[in-house]
Design a protein around this ligand. Sequence first.
Ligand SMILES: C[C@H]1O[C@@H](Oc2ccc([N+](=O)[O-])cc2)[C@H](O)[C@@H](O)[C@H]1O
Length: 452
Amino acid sequence: MTHNKPEVIKDMTNGDIAADTYNNYKRDVEMMRELGLDAYRFSLSWARLLPDGFTNNVNEAGVTFYNNYIDEMIKYNIQPMVTLYHWDLPQKLQELGGFVNPLFTDWFEDYARLAFERFGDRVKFWITFNEPREICYEGYGAATKAPILNATAVGTYLCAKNLVIAHAKAYHAYVKDFKPNQNGQCGITISVNWFGPATDSEEDHIMAELRRQAEWGLYAEPIFSQQGGFPKELSERVAEKSAKQGYASSRMPSFTDEERDLVRGSFDFFGVNHYTAFLASAAKEHKTYYPVPSPYDDSDSSTYTPDDWPKSASGWLKLAPNSIFDAFTFLRNKYGDIDFYVTENGWSTSPTAGLIDDDRVRYYRAALNSLLDAREAGVNIKGYMAWSLMDNFEWMEGITERFGLYEVDFEDPARSRTPRKSAFVYKHIIKNRYIDSDYKPESLTMTIDDGL
Ligand SMILES: C[C@H]1O[C@@H](Oc2ccc([N+](=O)[O-])cc2)[C@H](O)[C@@H](O)[C@H]1O
């Protein structure tokens, strides 16, 4: 997509080299050691391992790269947490329909098996998919991410069904054929921002619940709920609306009993990418543009964020009060006492903001305080991953938004990395297991501390 339609990327950059971990992986592991990390989450590129998407053609150079990268982490006691799919589908599979082809579920299982076989002796944390909402709604529904298909809610719901089945097939393959020897865990990562009611009215509470179902319940409910399947109230609304709109059957597909049972309970942990919060209401003045029909249009809800919440460099990301606490206590009450990992959480600055990123420092302190509140309330959050170690190619925004604890110089062919102030504060928090709101680094010179 970035080659054929470069104009869809804000600054016309692409991911060919990006931050170039391929050539800098030793430096990246050195940065993990500088910070004192004991785990690091990264993704495998399906196309790097299987250029045509299928297992008949394995790119051994890609396997070697990941082996070296994983070995370098293990050497320094850093646990790799590996995502199988973080949005880069082999082009040939896209040409066959990608996620909306029901055979996708088998293609994904085959790819997952290859990854378990090649890397599972050292990788003990597997995540099947990163963020189903962004894959299905943004990719197949709203045309705001690859493959930029505007197939509205029909595409979103079809993708959602195939995605959770693909996840479940990979999960069961792991449990049956790999876990007995490899002793790892397998889960999925869903983006769960908090959606609370704009007012205390009954209507706004209903809207907030419908919005949660449309944003992430669509993907979480089939896997984590007791009953399985898509969220009840949203499904009923879509069926009703589809009939009124003249569709012969609901735009939202249903699960057979066998599919429902396959997907329900297919997890060892729930990975959550959490960034912010929104307020939901029925008020039409808040209504932003959604392609119609879309899950949001189907939910009849609209959302907004208060003007006084601090803004990042990304339009969708503001610092919302205590949103980790609200999201995780809700998830625990809904899905029970399961293991959670925060697999992403972070803040963006502009490319010219430089190394003194006090707004990122403020965000991490607030987020981690909120996480501690959730743990104190009994939520089983077993791990936390900041997004991100370093600046990256940020999808449709190219390199115009920077999320790194380390700045990457994209003008430099070597892509040199330099720690920001937030890296020093983050390191201090991890080392002391304490969020010191007065801590100021004496200098911005980074070292690897003994024992880290
Ligand atoms: C910054 C990281 O965000 C993750 O994706 C998103 C995208 C949009 C929202 N949202 O609330 O609107 C949340 C998370 C993604 O996984 C990662 O690659 C980065 O892009």
